[in-house]
Design a protein around this ligand. Structure first.
Ligand SMILES: Cc1cc2nc3c(=O)[nH]c(=O)nc-3n(C[C@H](O)[C@H](O)[C@H](O)COP(=O)(O)O)c2cc1C
Length: 238
C-alpha cells in the first residue's frame, strides 16, 4: 500500500501516524491558567529534544471543534511554564480521565482525584502521585502545518524523581516503573526488556503473535473505529 499524504485529509494522515509511531511516550502535562485554575492533560506527541539544557517538546492540536486552542496551550502561553508528569499503570485511569474535553474552569486534578504539589520554579502544580515530574520553562511555541497544530518547546528546570526509583548511579530504575505508552488510541504497559542481539528462538517464538490485551476486548478492537472518535486526541468515555 502506498499512501500519498497530499491526497489525504488531516484525520487520515493522523490515523497512519498514530498507528505506526508506536509506542509513544505520554507527557502528562500540568499547567495553571492566569486565573489560577489547574489543568492536566496527556500528550503523546511528546519527546526529549535536547540534553543540555534538557528540553522536551509537545505538539498540541486544536480542540475537537478544530479551531479552539486547548487549555494547555493557552495556559503555557499565558504563564510561561508547564510540568510533564510520568504515567504509570496505577495512574492510567486518572490520566485517561484528564484527557476528556472539560471546560477551562474545570480543575482536572480534582476531577481525577489527584494531589497537587507546588513546584519550585514554575507556577503550575505537579502530580504528587507521579514518580517523575519535570518542571519546564517555555522556550518557544511554533505554529506548524495547515490545521492549527503548535509545537511547544520547554526547558526542564527541575526534575522531581521519587527516591525509590533514583539509583545511586544517577539513572532511573526503569524496570521498576511500569510506564504506560500510547498505541494508536489505546495504551500499552511497558513490561519487558531486552538487549540486542535478540536470540533467534525469541524471534521465532513471537512470530505471528498478536499482542496480549489487558482489557478483555477482542484482539482487533480499535478505539479509532468507535463512533465518536474525533481525531482530536480526546478520550471517549468507556
Ligand atoms: C494518551 C493521550 C495522548 C494524547 N496526546 C495528544 C497530543 O499529543 N496532542 C494533542 O493535542 N492532544 C492529545 N491528546 C488529547 C488531549 O489530552 C485532550 O485534547 C485534552 O482534553 C486537552 O486538554 P486541555 O484542553 O485541558 O489542554 C491525547 C490524549 C490522550 C488520552
Amino acid at each position: 500500500m502506498i499512501l500519498d499524504p497530499a491526497s489525504m485529509d488531516a484525520t487520515a494522515c493522523y490515523k497512519i501516524l498514530i498507528g505506526s509511531i508506536v509506542p509513544r511516550a505520554i507527557g502528562w502535562v500540568s499547567t495553571v491558567s492566569a486565573d489560577g485554575v489547574a489543568n492536566l492533560a496527556p500528550f503523546s506527541f511528546f519527546t526529549a529534544v535536547c540534553r543540555k539544557p534538557p528540553m522536551v517538546s509537545l505538539t498540541i492540536q486544536p480542540k475537537s471543534d478544530r479551531v479552539t486552542l486547548k487549555d494547555t496551550l493557552v495556559n503555557i502561553r499565558e504563564t510561561g511554564g508547564f510540568v510533564t508528569n510520568l504515567v504509570t499503570l496505577p495512574l492510567a485511569d486518572a490520566m485517561h480521565h484528564s484527557s476528556m474535553e472539560h471546560p477551562p474552569e474545570a480543575d482536572e486534578f480534582e476531577l481525577a482525584g489527584l494531589t497537587k504539589s507546588a513546584c519550585d520554579l514554575v507556577s503550575a502544580p505537579r502530580v504528587r502521585e507521579a514518580p517523575v515530574s519535570m518542571e519546564c520553562r517555555l522556550d518557544r511555541i511554533i505554529p506548524i502545518g495547515e490545521v492549527g497544530d503548535h509545537v511547544v518547546f520547554g526547558e526542564v528546570v527541575r526534575f522531581h524523581v521519587r527516591d525509590d526509583i533514583y539509583l545511586d548511579s544517577g539513572r532511573i530504575d526503569t524496570v521498576g516503573l511500569h510506564p504506560v505508552g500510547r498505541l494508536a488510541a489505546e495504551y500499552t504497559l511497558v513490561e519487558n526488556i531486552f538487549t540486542c542481539p535478540v536470540e533467534p528462538e525469541v524471534v521465532v517464538s513471537r512470530q505471528g503473535r498478536r499482542m496480549a490485551r489487558l482489557d478483555g476486548k477482542p484482539a482487533d478492537w480499535s478505539q479509532i473505529a468507535q463512533p465518536g472518535w474525533t481525531g482530536s486526541g480526546n478520550a471517549l468515555k468507556g
